[in-house]
Design a protein. Structure first.
Length: 168
């Protein structure tokens, strides 16, 4: 709580920084992410309250550009627990908010063969909900196997280094 200079009343301090809501864990496993962009999202009241509770899922979600606007599909935001019959539809299509130039740039890149717009994470930044979108190319099965092998090799090297450090 902070005292307001003009009226002398105490008011709640605005939150700053980033607070994660949810992450698309499969995105970096299934796609090579080339670039990331930050977008705002247009929501209704009960969706914001549900997101404050952390009740969202980005699994199997994707973004598309239609008529010069960016939309987010298949994001599941659970209905707000204290909502009434006016609660939101959990799987409705949501509009993403970006500058027109950024959307045009995304559209040009997304028209390239094999590229997709994938939401990577959703978070609060200075009290506003943001979505991080990545432009990614789908991985083949052998790419995924190669990544797993590299990760296992890295772990084995770290284990060996730790054992060596313990000895002397």
């Amino acid at each position: 709580m902070v005292e307001n200079g003009r009226t002398g009343k105490t008011v709640a301090k605005k939150e700053t920084g980033e607070k994660p809501i949810c992450q698309n864990k499969r995105a970096r496993i299934n796609y090579f992410i080339d670039e990331t962009y930050e977008a705002g999202i247009a929501l209704v009241g009960t969706e914001v309250k549900a997101l404050r509770d952390g009740r969202a899922n980005l699994k199997d979600s994707y973004a598309l550009i239609k008529e010069g606007e960016l939309f987010l599909y298949d994001v599941h935001i659970s209905p707000y627990s204290h909502g009434n019959r006016e609660n939101h539809n959990p799987l409705r299509v949501r509009k993403l908010l970006m500058h027109r130039q950024e959307i045009k740039r995304l559209y040009g890149k997304s028209q390239e063969r094999g590229l997709a717009l994938i939401p990577l994470r959703m978070y609060f930044r200075n009290g506003k909900i943001k979505v991080e979108i990545g432009i990614g190319r789908g991985k083949k099965l052998y790419d995924k196997r190669e990544d797993i092998k590299l990760k296992e090799d890295r772990r084995a090297m770290e284990r060996g280094m730790r054992a060596k450090n313990r000895e002397g």
